[in-house]
Design a protein around this ligand. Sequence first.
Ligand SMILES: [Zn+2]
Length: 282
Amino acid sequence: MSGLFTRWRRERLLRQARRAPPAWHLPPWTHRLPPAARERLHEQVALFLAEKPIEGAQGFPVDESMRLNIATQACLPVLGLGYDWLDDLPRVIVYPDEFIPLIEEIDEIGLVHRREEIRAGEAWSGGPLVLSWSDVEAFPIQGEAYNVVFHEIAHVLDMREGGEPNGFPPLPEDLPAARWTEVFSAAYTDMNTRLDRGEETELDPYAADAPEEFFAVASETFLVTPSRLRAAYPAVYAQLAAFYRLPFAVETLFETPLTDEMISPISAREGKPEEPYAPLTS
Ligand SMILES: [Zn+2]
């Protein structure tokens, strides 16, 4: 829940935003949204840009158009839920490309293990969202159920108000917890069974890693290529539609063929470095 002061300050920011339109335009793909949804997104993005610093890691320069792109993608998943769902997210850190996060695990006898996994994004409970710019910039790619921002924001929603990342975000009252658990457990089990048999899966196999990854990958697929999710797991699709309660038909956004001006430049991807970026140490 947002405090009174936060709400007052946000109201003031929104009044300002409505009086004087900001000197920026939402990314081209947002023109596919109905006008009211686009206006709401505009307001949420204005708040995001005012409240959450978006900064480059290790001196990587992040300009206003990059901030705008990140903020817009971050706000889209909460367009129906409400901007408050991003309250636990204090800031965004941007790497130029994929990076190796600093993950330390302490085992039962107290030894510290460093895991070095290359990532395009990362989300921590109450911590920053960490993103690879070349992955953010490449979106949307026609037909690919890939969006690192939607994926990481799903983790933020999952961990809302200090919750464990477990694929079970706080649910709206009209969404029974038992049904959510039943649907997601069945799909997760099915996905693992298929992979064990060596079968192809509609969803990215990363979804079978853990229940929280299933929720994040399913959310990403729901937002980018919803028909693919509906074909593979119709009950999961129905739960996510009821959860995200987006004020537009999700099929109309990225699934119909993208026009040239809707597609982001992918030049940054072509110049991928040989090695991923080093861990963030600050
Ligand atoms: Zn994930």
